[in-house]
Design a protein around this ligand. Structure first.
Ligand SMILES: *Cc1c(COP(=O)(O)O)cnc(C)c1O
Ligand SMILES: [Zn+2]
Length: 405
């Protein structure tokens, strides 16, 4: 009998899993820090810290074949994950999502190699589950007993769920006009919900002082090092699903940018292991015309983005006026030869209907936005219709039925 909670389905067949996490490194000033104490942003320059691994040792001890016998979730990448002891993993089965060939949708645009990475199947209905499974697991391993998050919606739902599973009290702050389902989820999972007049950045400001006063650990996007480690598993999975040959382009809906920078980091780690070569996909960031700080910065040739005033869009995950990782997102886009593009809410809704009726995938508006962007990039010639293109459907449309009311 295999223990259903075991990270390894056939324990005798394999060596025990070991994380090669070695330290934290600042993405801006390169200062290094211990990973075995709690860190948020860089104490020296306040920028984003990344988890680093001993990739030489990992290369000696971790093989593609090791993946085969493992539980079908993102923790099968344990060697490249930031938890020391696999018993500390807080999992609801996140990750290992399907990569679907979108033949009909692609066919409507004469595109034969269009794929959808279907993240709507994750626990709590969005890819936020990956980041929060990683962050909550590591926080609990380091002794944290209460956690908090400002969120545009899905991150709060996911934090609440993993908090419940970990037995850690969760405090979530979201805009008052967040889609109802995401508020309902947080309450159902037993989190303390605070509704804020404003957007995610206002929620973050309100939360900061209360969290400090109460000793809550703040799991804001890229203000602690481990959510990005969960999100990077999307990049690891793509490499495996495409048989270690990355696609030509990845189109990704960008709010805080954890997904795009996480995948970019994943590709470097896989190359260091010798599992992939130096080929990288064009990383394409999609935002909404009503909130497009990264698109504007990209078009202006800037290395950082300014706050977007009066942000407005039907896609909650794209309603992010300012991102601490702006410089990392812009770097990934530029180094990859990608681009950044904004789409309108009307284009997004058209794409949502098209994906649902052609492929049977009820996408989140953020995911639909990637399809709208893809069509524009085919039309403009930035993408060739025979290129291997992956759209990220980052969440389930079941969360926002009001879009169809
Ligand atoms: C949060 C969210 C996004 C944006 O993700 P980032 O990685 O923070 O840029 C996109 N889609 C959905 C459904 C989300 O919940
Ligand atoms: Zn620094």
């Amino acid at each position: 009998m295999v223990n259903p909670e075991s990270r390894i389905q056939n324990p005798e067949a394999l060596n025990p899993m070991q994380s090669f996490l070695s330290h934290l490194e600042c993405t801006n000033c390169s200062e290094t820090f211990s990973c075995d104490e709690i860190h948020t942003t860089c104490p020296a320059c306040a920028k984003v810290l990344y988890a680093r691994y001993d990739l030489d040792a990992a290369k000696q001890n971790f093989r593609k074949e090791d993946l085969a016998g493992r539980a079908p979730d993102m923790w099968r990448w344990f060697e490249l994950m930031p938890v020391r002891n696999s018993e500390h993993v807080i999992s609801l089965g996140e990750g290992h999502t399907p990569l679907l060939h979108a033949r009909t949708l692609g066919g409507q645009h004469n595109a034969t190699n269009l794929f959808i990475k279907e993240e709507g199947l994750n626990p709590t209905g969005s890819f936020k589950a990956r980041g929060l499974s990683a962050a909550v697991s590591r926080a609990r391993e380091l002794g944290v007993s209460s956690i908090a998050i400002p969120s545009a919606g899905n991150a709060a739902a996911a934090l609440s769920a993993y908090g419940a599973r970990a037995g850690i009290s969760a405090h979530v702050y979201m805009p008052a006009d967040t889609p109802q389902m995401m508020k309902t989820e947080a309450v159902a999972y037993g989190a303390e919900l605070t509704l804020v007049d404003g957007l995610i950045n206002d929620a973050g400001k309100q939360l900061r002082d209360v969290a400090k006063a109460n000793g809550w650990f703040d799991i804001s996007t890229l203000k602690e090092p481990y959510r990005a480690e969960g999100k990077k598993t999307m990049g690891l999975e793509l490499a495996e699903q495409f048989d270690w040959e990355l696609p030509d382009a990845i189109i990704y809906p960008t709010g805080g940018g954890t997904g795009i920078v996480g995948m970019w980091k994943a590709f470097d780690e896989l190359e260091a292991l010798g599992w992939i070569g130096s080929k990288r996909p064009k990383m394409i960031s999609v935002q909404s015309e009503g909130c497009a700080p990264i698109v504007k910065a990209f078009n202006d040739g800037a290395t950082s983005a300014s706050l977007w005033e009066n942000a407005q869009t039907i896609a909650p995950g794209l309603r992010v006026p300012v991102a601490i990782a702006d410089y990392l997102i812009l770097q990934a886009i530029r180094e990859s030869g990608g681009t950044a593009i904004a789409v309108s809410d009307a284009e997004t809704l058209d794409a949502l209907r098209a994906i649902a009726s052609s492929e049977g995938i009820f996408a989140a508006p953020e995911g639909a936005a990637t399809c709208a962007a893809c069509i524009k990039l085919f039309d403009s010639g930035f993408l060739n219709r025979d290129e291997k293109v992956v759209l990220f459907n980052t969440g389930s449309g079941l969360k926002t039925p009001e879009l169809f009311a």
